[in-house]
Design a protein around this ligand. Structure first.
Ligand code: 5AD
Ligand code: SF4
Length: 435
């Protein structure tokens, strides 16, 4: 029996897909990358923006065709769109066999059995408070791994649907995290990425108090772990102690993903972000002072309801002041049920697109200029796989998260290589291995 899985969205979804694959393998399924050859299909959906949600609909026609050719194929829809739309997915698309929510991954084997024995489509969405074993996963890579440290989110940024589909924030106990990472390292993992919607608020809900920097210190002490990444940081909870520990520990990478979202205090307030542009700049100044090589990346939303040209110009001003290595930019997408979706929006979509383009042009130029600083220099990269940029090219990642493409043998994948940068683009570098 073969299972095909398609993942949309964030690292949390990628980790969930690794959990799903682990469960399916235990049930005797083998992974296939050929959807037409599969007996079971899982689409792990995202709903953070309308465009992300629409990716499911881009696939649904094909799923219908596959099902009409072979009635025994099981079609399962999981993730955040499943959590959001619930039974409606089965009502609209009766060929869907199983809809399962973000809290119901562990039930999947049972849902499959129930679907097969009853012949009826099933929707399982309730949060039963069941403690999911987050760490039982079939990993995509042998040498690097995601490690969830919190699940859910309590921040209720006014535009965001995540707290509604992922539930309240829960921290994973320190000892579980440490035990899991030690196990990973003993199996050859050299890089971990600690993931959570707001890693900086880690530990607030635990009986045994531990801050995020306390956790970082414990993870950093694990012998054999070469690189520790984490995301996402929230400026409102970002503490000085995180900067200190990155500065003092070699295995904590010099990269911080710190979503700005908007540059105008009026919009930040409307977004319920709980910091001002001045607070944000202050954090950046502290990072730059203590860790001059640290790369800083961000997320920015353009066209939040009520945002006017002057507000947008403040975002642009922040982009020019901070000089992010990279920014992930989005046009605001109203999500039903969120506070922002009820705010009247006067600005035309055409106008928002123009601002978006202006932001992109500025940021791409800055990314390019920042990358140019790496030209001619030598870096150690973790070789992650084959590059999509050309035959015989490998793709590696610098400590600061920048991607480098270079010629090399496949046996290097999973190890460190030294490369000299000889060409730069806005989003990646080209290099040459040196011994
Ligand atoms: N519209 C546009 N962008 C959004 N994001 C989250 N919700 C929305 C929305 N409704 C962006 C934020 C977040 C990133 C993961 O997605 O910038 O940091
Ligand atoms: Fe959404 Fe804000 Fe939570 Fe991030 S911190 S997941 S943007 S509510």
């Amino acid at each position: 029996m073969k299972a095909y899985i398609k993942t949309f969205g964030c690292q949390m979804n990628e980790n969930d897909s690794e959990r799903i694959m682990y469960l399916l393998e235990n049930e005797g399924y083998e992974r296939t990358y050929d959807i037409a050859a599969s007996d079971l299909i899982v689409i792990n959906t995202c709903t953070v923006r309308e465009k992300a949600k629409n990716k499911l609909y881009g696939h649904i026609g094909n799923l219908k065709i596959l099902k009409s050719k072979n009635r025994d194929i099981l079609i399962c829809i999981g993730g955040c769109t499943a959590q959001d739309l619930k039974e409606k997915l089965i009502e609209d698309f009766p060929f869907v066999d199983i809809v399962f929510g973000t809290h119901n991954i562990a039930e999947l084997p049972e849902l499959i059995n129930r679907r097969v024995s009853t012949g009826k489509s099933i929707c399982s969405i309730e949060n039963n408070g069941f403690d999911p074993d987050l760490f039982k996963v079939k990993r995509e890579y042998d040498f690097k791994a995601f490690v969830p440290i919190t699940i859910g989110c309590d921040n209720y940024c006014s535009y965001c649907i995540v707290p509604f589909v992922r539930g309240n924030e829960k921290s994973v106990e320190v000892k579980k995290i440490i035990r899991n990472i030690e196990g990973l390292v003993s199996k050859g993992v050299i890089e971990v990425t600690l993931i959570g919607q707001n890693v900086n608020s880690y530990g607030k809900d635990l009986n045994e108090a531990c801050t995020f920097s306390g956790l970082l210190e414990k993870v950093s002490d694990i012998k054999g772990l070469k690189r520790i990444r984490f995301m996402t940081s929230h400026p409102k909870d970002f503490s000085r102690s995180v900067i200190d520990i990155i500065k003092n520990r070699d295995n904590l990478v010099g990269h911080i993903h710190l979503p700005l979202q908007a540059g105008s205090n009026k919009i930040l307030k409307e977004m319920n972000r709980n910091y001002t542009r001045e607070d944000y700049l202050n954090i950046i100044e502290n990072i730059r002072e203590e860790i001059p090589d640290c790369s800083i990346t961000t997320d920015i939303i353009v066209g939040f309801p009520g945002e006017e040209r002057d507000d947008f110009l403040e975002t642009l001003d922040m982009v020019r002041k901070v000089r992010f290595n990279r920014a992930f930019t989005f046009i605001y997408s109203p999500r039903e049920g969120t506070r922002a979706s009820k705010i009247k929006d006067y600005i035309l979509s055409e106008e928002k697109k123009k601002w978006f383009k202006e932001l992109l042009e500025n940021q791409n130029r800055i990314s390019y200029e920042e990358n140019k600083k790496f030209a001619g220099k030598k870096f150690e990269v973790l070789v992650e796989g084959r590059s999509k940029k050309g035959a015989n090219l490998l793709e590696g990642r610098m400590e600061n998260n920048t991607i480098v493409n270079f010629k090399g043998e496949e046996k290097l994948i999973g190890s460190f290589a030294r490369v000299k940068i000889n060409r730069v683009k806005s989003f990646y570098l080209m290099g040459k291995i040196y011994i």
